[in-house]
Design a protein around this ligand. Structure first.
Ligand SMILES: Cc1cc2nc3c(=O)[nH]c(=O)nc-3n(C[C@H](O)[C@H](O)[C@H](O)COP(=O)(O)OP(=O)(O)OC[C@H]3O[C@@H](n4cnc5c(N)ncnc54)[C@H](O)[C@@H]3O)c2cc1C
Length: 553
């Protein structure tokens, strides 16, 4: 960005405008395989600053067509959704305030770290139950931007279910508030003059005209972050219209969120876990095992594989620190896992189902009933214990990606088939076909973890991204895996969203007609393409391949 433009930007806001190399380098990466260097990083002080930056981009867009704005909260995105070659708006430095809790709701700015948010809500015995596994490193803006889900989504659903209101700065540079409207509220908006009225008229028209097509396009999986959730906005039966459903999960491509009001749920007091160990030869039973566990309605049903467990065993001392216990107690806790490692009996897959409630006896009874029901499968099944005893299992599950990323130095943990979802009823048929596909690439080491109850798998291959041949695998293997996912009506992304990595597959997932509706939606909200370009629509496979990260310093 030239100096005149930079000075104009600096003069238009109260927050910082940064162009120093270390800052630009930090903001060139997220948790994805991509690298895009921004020209400028702006830290807005408040919503007025956000409005001013949008105004600045609008004013200069004709002369500088590549100018755009990409909102960033904590930057833990695994899809490249937060990367930009123009202006990044960073929310964690200043826009990180939240309100007191009233009626189980809380108002928060996008830059609040979830770890701080959760400490605050837990003090009030309340929880945002769609929190992601990355809860200790991510922030609210990105959780909403991605429509995050996590270990409790099997019972509670994803972020979109808990968003009551959103304040958004839209492409005219003004801030608007959105929430669910009833029939009269919608009528009022449709007759409003100006930008807001136009917007409601256009998006209502688009949905109304294509109502059946849009409703049919809703993915049947229990978790989806792919595409624009047009199917959740308007309900002709209940006569409700809610644009927050569209903004949640839109990855900052339709506008910038400056505040949201979130609903919270009461925390359940107790838990009881059932741990299921599956050997290599048992994997054929996985689909049936999942379908046996699900009717018991666990709050969470999660999984991780042998490679994850082996890493956890190697770095067991770090888990002890996280658990707040001394090294002696840590060794005792990990004795069963050490034994598995020594005797070569590390299971291929570990499944953990957790029941929660307020009566520990009832939970124990449920866990025992499930254990009995699993007997015909002839698997090792263990009661993992209550909340404190089961912490070890939770930490292994939650740390699976970080362990890979931080501990394996000569290969890169590469999320590109990291988030697909397939309805559990298809898994018995789907999983052997998936295994056959993965077996075509014997040089690749994989780890598998995920929210197995939702059929949402996080497969993370370790790839030498510096090598051209291995980069090609990303393109080929993801195509093959996604084709299989589509054969079973699945989604490329249960929660991590499209970003750069999955946007190229949106047309294949939803078909030409729906993809065109996505394009029209983007045009309605962002006619000049100023918000986070190249995400959700319009990114070529060449652009994707050319921006795979090379710099690992
Ligand atoms: C180890 C690990 C585990 C993970 N586990 C999960 C998981 O279980 N579930 C899950 O859903 N995700 C998971 N993720 C992905 C990611 O951490 C989450 O989606 C998280 O919610 C993103 O939050 P963030 O603050 O880091 O977002 P960012 O990376 O900053 O942004 C994410 C997206 O939201 C947009 N955005 C950010 N702020 C705004 C704003 N103010 N207005 C509009 N758009 C905005 C960005 O442009 C971007 O497209 C994981 C990531 C890692 C590294």
């Amino acid at each position: 960005m030239d100096q005149t433009l930079l000075s104009e930007l600096k003069d238009s806001i109260k927050g910082e405008v940064l162009t120093d190399e270390p800052t630009l380098k930090t903001y060139s990466h997220d948790a994805s395989i991509f690298e895009l260097k921004p020209e400028v990083v702006v830290s807005p002080k408040d919503a007025d600053d956000v409005k001013s930056v949008v105004g600045f981009v609008n004013k200069n867009k004709t002369k500088h067509p590549t100018l755009s704005l990409t909102p960033r909260s904590a930057g833990t995105d695994m899809s490249g959704g937060v990367l930009s070659e123009s202006v990044v708006l960073a929310f964690t430095p200043h826009m990180n305030k939240m309100s007191e809790i009233t009626n189980q709701t809380v108002k928060t700015q996008p830059g609040v770290y979830y770890r701080d948010f959760e400490k605050f809500t837990l003090k009030n015995n309340l929880l945002f139950p769609a929190y992601p596994v990355s809860g200790d490193i991510c922030a609210i803006g990105g959780m909403i931007g991605n429509n995050c889900g996590g270990e409790k989504s099997l019972q509670y659903g994803k972020a979109d279910r808990y968003v009551k209101k959103m304040k958004m700065v839209l492409s005219d540079g003004q801030e608007y508030e959105f929430e669910q409207l009833d029939e009269s509220g919608l009528k009022e908006k449709l007759s409003t003059t100006g930008f807001e009225g136009d917007l409601y008229r256009k998006i209502y028209g688009l949905i109304n005209e294509n109502y059946d097509l849009i409703k049919k396009a809703k993915p049947t999986v229990s978790k989806n972050s792919s595409g624009y959730a047009l199917w959740n906005i308007y309900n002709k039966e209940t006569k409700t219209f809610d644009l927050t459903k569209l903004f949640v999960g839109s990855q900052g491509t339709l506008g910038i969120m400056t505040e949201t009001t979130l609903n919270l749920v009461p925390v359940k007091k107790h838990s009881e876990m059932v741990v299921i160990y599956m050997k290599e030869g048992d994997i054929g039973k996985l689909g049936e095992v999942i379908n046996t566990v699900l009717p018991f309605k666990p709050e969470s049903f999660e999984t991780y594989d042998d490679n994850t467990l082996k890493l956890a065993i190697k770095y067991f001392a770090e888990f002890g620190k996280k658990m707040g216990i001394n090294i002696f107690s840590t060794v005792l806790q990990f004795l069963p896992e050490f034994w598995m490692s020594l005797t070569g009996t590390v299971p291929k897959l570990i499944l953990q189902a957790e029941f929660t409630g307020d009566d520990p006896k009832e939970l124990m009874q449920k866990a025992r009933e499930l254990t009995d029901k699993l007997k015909p499968f002839n698997l090792k099944v263990k009661l993992g214990g209550n909340e404190s005893k089961s912490l070890k299992y939770w930490l292994i599950r939650r740390k699976s990606f970080s362990l890979l990323k931080d501990k394996i130095k000569n290969m890169h943990a590469s999320p590109f088939i990291d988030d697909f979802a397939v309805e559990p009823k298809y898994l018995t048929e789907f999983l052997p076909k998936l295994n056959a596909l993965l077996a075509k690439y014997p040089s690749i080491i994989l780890t598998v973890a995920g929210h197995i109850g939702d059929g949402n798998f996080h497969i993370i291959p370790l790839v030498r991204l510096e090598e051209e041949k291995e980069r090609e695998i990303i393109k080929n293997l993801s195509r093959e895996v996604f084709d299989l996912v589509f054969e079973y009506h699945g989604s490329t992304s249960g929660e991590h969203n499209d970003g750069l990595i999955r946007t190229p597959y949106l047309k294949a997932m939803f078909g030409e007609e729906i993809y065109n509706l996505f394009v029209q939606t983007k045009k309605i909200f962002d006619p000049d393409n100023i918000f986070n370009p190249g995400k959700k629509i319009n990114v070529s496979m060449d652009y994707f391949m050319n921006h795979i990260r090379r710099d690992w310093t």
